[in-house]
Structures are given as structure tokens and as C-alpha cells.
Design a protein around this ligand. Structure first.
Ligand code: PMP
Length: 390
């Protein structure tokens, strides 16, 4: 009798299953709008020239070695990354009450932050937007949270934010709940609150004593402007909030498989930094001991470049093509949304039809990755959408 005979087959992870299906498909005009990774106008993955250059320089740098990094990571990286998010002149940075922890990309930042909140602070309930990035729930549950609850976010009817629902659900959240907020370019909907709405969100979070845990996976990638894409996190810091922010360098540096991330921790009191760091050290030590160096060295060497303009251009082209072919309905949300993803408004049956009939791979929720669109496939995709919704 095997130790493993009772192991049940787990459910597939939709986005990876879809990629496999796409790779196995030999239809010539197939299109992959599933996975959230940047592609060039020719549909190819892209290593940024700045990354290639940094890698060459690192390879030739005889002073570097393969010794362990500290448990909390490379300081040159965490300092630069934290300032990239909060700004050099951030009150929290100047007052030495903000710091970063180098972690395994955005997912690792969420996991380490969630472990701290659940295991050290004893927090039990977390809130996530409905819908949200598919991994938030699993990460927080596995980190020790007892209960995940949704807050309303997307209005099917308006193909935009359900702000009333959002704010009402926050108001009804029990004190001390942890609220996951997308810092910019909400995944999967591509719809962010306006500045005025963020002000109201912050007010409710303060009033109800909720803990804001930002997820920043797309800084610079959304608008092309690092400062603009970080403005909401900076606003919260200026308002005096204590917070966590999970920072990923997968998208904005194109370093998906290097797992470069930073958990930004903002506290009220600089005297608490040492204690909090020591507890995070124990969590990391017990999980993976210390982080890898390669990606962090690349990021600390150079400044960011963004790929946002091609994506913004593809939004324009898709909307234009949908309107040109006379697709029924209003498609203005495609250009109003921001970032890598778009919630098209296609329902589950329609999304499945796109895959089955047209070999256009997209999630059942109707989410498409704008990165999969190119000038040469956008018309095909628009025709398929038209045919599907008509
Ligand atoms: N949060 C959001 C909202 C994301 O979209 C992603 C990537 N798809 C991540 C976190 C984490 O990605 P990674 O672990 O690769 O940095």
C-alpha cells in the first residue's frame, strides 16, 4: 500500500492549462490571450535590452560571488525598490519607518506578508475583490488565514467598477480584516477606482480599522509612468496608514522567471522596525532561508523601462477593429481600462466559443491579456468577438 494512494487529483490551474492547450493546437491563426506575459508586435517574448546589458556586466564582474544573500535579501535592491514605490521623499522613508524584504516575486511578497499577518499578528479574515487575480485566495489561505471574503468590484452592467458595492462591503467588514487592494491596473478587470474614489476607500479603511495590503504587480507598466502608477500607495502613506505592499518585478522588467520581488513594510514607529524585521526573518528562514541573487542584482543595477505604450496602442486598435466590423454593443471599456488585462464582458459560454471555434485562448471569465494581441491578429480577434456576441 503506497503512502500516496489516497491523494486526490487537484483541479488544474486555468491559466497554465490554457497555455498548454494553446501550445498543443496546430491551427495556423491561433491566438493566445490567456497568459499575462509581454509579447512584441511579432508576438514574441522580449528580454529588455537593459536586462541583457546588466546580465553581461554581471557576468564580467569578478567581485561578485555565489555566497548566500542575507535572509531579508540584497539591501541595494530592497532600498532601491522601496524608494521606487514610495518615492525618495516619502515621509516613511525619511523617518526610517519603511523597509523592504527581498522575496520570490509578487507571489512571494504576498505570501510572506500574509504569513506575518496571520501567524505573528493573528489576523484571520482577508478580503479580495470579486474578481481578483486567481492566486490571492490560495496564497492567503495557505499562509494561515482562516477566512477569505469578497468585496464587490466589477459591475457586469456597466462593464466598469461597482463602486457602491465596493465601499459598502468595506464598510461592513469586521475591524482588523486585511484588505487586498490592487495598486494599479487591476487584474483581471483593467478597471481602477478614480482618485476621488480612492480617497473614500482610504477613509473607510481608516474608520473601520482595516489593514491595507497593496499588490503592485504593474508599476510603470500601466501608464508608462512609475510615479503615476504608485500614486495610490503614496497617497495612503501620506495619510499616515501602516501598510504592506507586494511589489513584483516580473512584468515591468520582464523578469518573470527570476522571481524578483520586494515586500514593502510601512510602520508608524521606527522603533518597531527591528522587531518586525526579526519576525519576518524567522518566517523566511523557515520557508526558503534566503532569496536568490541574480534578478535582484539586475534590478538594482538599472532603471526601469516600460512596455506600456504598445499595450495602450493595442487597446486602441482592438476597439477600433471591433467598432469597424460593427460588433454590437459599446466597446469603450476596452480603451478606458488600463494595464495588461481587459475584462471584455464576454460571458463564459462566449469565451469558450472563442477558444473552441476560433482557437483564441482566453479565460472563461472573459479576461484577455492585451499582450497577446498584435497588429496582425487584432482583426481576426475582433471578427471572432463580433461573431461570438452577435
Ligand atoms: N498580483 C497580481 C495582481 C498579478 O497579476 C501577478 C502576476 N500575474 C502577481 C501578483 C504575481 O506575479 P509574480 O509572482 O510572478 O510576481
Amino acid at each position: 500500500m503506497s503512502w500516496f494512494s489516497d491523494v486526490q487529483l487537484g483541479p488544474p490551474i486555468e491559466v497554465f492549462a490554457l497555455s498548454k492547450q494553446y501550445n498543443d493546437d496546430d491551427f495556423e491563426q491561433k491566438v493566445n490571450l490567456g497568459v499575462g506575459a509581454y509579447r512584441t508586435n511579432e508576438g514574441k517574448p522580449w528580454v529588455l535590452p537593459v536586462v541583457r546589458a546588466a546580465e553581461k556586466a554581471l557576468a564580467n564582474d569578478e567581485t561578485l560571488n555565489k555566497e548566500y544573500l542575507p535572509v531579508l535579501g540584497l539591501e541595494a535592491f530592497t532600498t532601491a525598490a522601496t524608494k521606487m514605490l514610495l518615492g525618495e521623499d516619502s515621509p516613511a522613508v525619511i523617518q526610517n519607518r519603511a523597509f523592504g524584504v527581498q522575496v520570490l516575486s509578487g507571489t512571494g511578497a504576498l505570501r510572506v506578508g500574509a504569513e506575518f499577518l496571520a501567524r505573528v499578528l493573528g489576523k484571520k479574515i482577508f478580503y479580495y475583490s470579486n474578481p481578483t487575480w486567481g492566486n490571492h485566495k490560495l496564497v492567503f489561505k495557505n499562509a494561515g488565514f482562516v477566512e477569505g471574503r469578497e468585496y464587490r468590484y466589477w459591475s457586469e452592467k456597466n462593464r466598469g467598477l461597482d463602486f457602491e458595492g465596493f465601499i459598502t462591503d468595506l464598510r461592513n467588514a469586521p475591524e482588523h480584516s486585511v484588505i487586498i487592494l490592487h495598486a494599479c491596473a487591476h487584474n483581471p478587470t483593467g478597471s481602477d477606482p478614480t482618485e476621488e474614489q480612492w480617497i473614500q476607500i482610504a477613509d473607510v479603511i481608516r474608520e473601520k480599522r482595516l489593514f491595507p495590503f497593496f499588490d503592485s504587480a504593474y508599476q510603470g507598466f500601466a501608464s508608462g509612468d512609475l510615479i503615476k502608477d504608485a500614486s495610490i500607495v503614496r497617497y495612503f502613506v501620506k495619510q499616515g496608514f501602516e501598510l504592506f505592499c507586494a511589489q513584483s518585478f516580473a512584468k515591468n522588467f520582464g523578469l518573470y522567471n527570476e522571481r524578483v520581488g520586494n515586500l514593502v513594510v510601512v510602520l508608524d514607529n521606527p522603533e518597531q522596525v527591528a522587531a518586525v524585521k526579526s519576525q519576518i526573518t524567522l518566517l523566511v528562514r523557515g520557508m526558503y532561508s534566503n532569496p536568490p541573487s541574480h534578478g535582484a542584482r539586475i534590478v538594482s543595477r538599472d532603471n526601469i523601462r516600460t512596455m506600456s505604450s504598445r499595450i495602450i496602442e493595442m487597446r486602441r486598435l482592438l476597439r477600433e477593429a471591433l467598432e469597424r466590423v460593427g460588433t454590437p454593443g459599446d466597446w469603450s471599456h476596452i480603451t478606458q481600462q488600463i494595464g495588461m488585462f481587459s475584462y471584455t464582458g464576454l460571458n463564459e459560454i462566449q469565451s469558450e466559443n472563442m477558444v473552441k471555434k476560433y482557437h483564441i485562448y482566453m479565460l472563461r471569465s472573459g479576461r484577455i491579456s492585451m499582450c497577446g494581441l498584435t497588429p496582425s491578429n487584432v482583426d481576426y480577434v475582433a471578427e471572432a468577438i463580433k461573431d461570438t456576441v452577435t
